[in-house]
Ligand binder design. Sequence first.
Ligand SMILES: [Zn+2]
Length: 288
Amino acid sequence: MFKDDQLSPMPEGDTIHRAAVAMHRALAGRVVTRFESVYPAVMRVTVDRPVVGRTIESVASRGKHLLITFSGGLVLRTHMRMNGSWHLYRSGVRWQRPARDMRVIVVADGVEAVGFNVPVVELLTPRELARHAQLNALGPDLLDPAFDHAEAARRMRGLEREPVGDVLLNQRVMAGIGNVFKSEILFLAGIEPFTPVAALSDADIERLIGISREQLAANVMTRIQSLNPATGRKTTRSLDPNNALWVYGRGGKACRRCGAPIQARKTGLDARLTYWCPHCQPAAGSRP
Ligand SMILES: [Zn+2]
């Protein structure tokens, strides 16, 4: 059902949110009949706190974390990193991925939720969840209706010396943006990715946060409603899937707005590519 998640470059907040919505619809209220994980630490928890027999209360996203809450307060936290994905199947339907890629499976009343290549799987008690360092450190969630704009701006300002591209990816500032959206949001804002936050005006920061929320929300909606589940992310208004993005993945090609060649540079520890248009996104100081 989430076949498209394998096709997108990597899971970002919109993908996780969309998976959580679909999983909540399919699983909430059902009783777990089978639970397994290849991770011994997860199975050790089930010795004292079995998952089988519990009702699935909710499935929700927090940034790029996906949380399945079972009755009694037990929570399964997963994080997809680069390659993980959740699939939903009716029991008996052949999986679209090999069984060896399965890392965790939750079966409830004939529905199978299978986590393939999910690198982070944890079963947490309510107390552990409340104290969870990574979850507590997350900045405001861009897909949360109660998103705290001022808090996100304050957290950005707290990293004055860092390039704005890195700050957008920092889940402690705002939760939900991955590498594709980073490049696209900066293009839409007309800001060069290597500009230190200190060089941005308050209006720039307001605009960046506004565009970030719009883009994630728009991508959740188009992909939930899409009749074609293979439809990927889209930041342009084009109906042609080949023209869906402004700059991401378009190194050396002509900017869709001005025709200048799109630049690409490897950045950060994991050497992910950043894309930008040097004309539409002039460096700090050269902007009017
Ligand atoms: Zn351009």
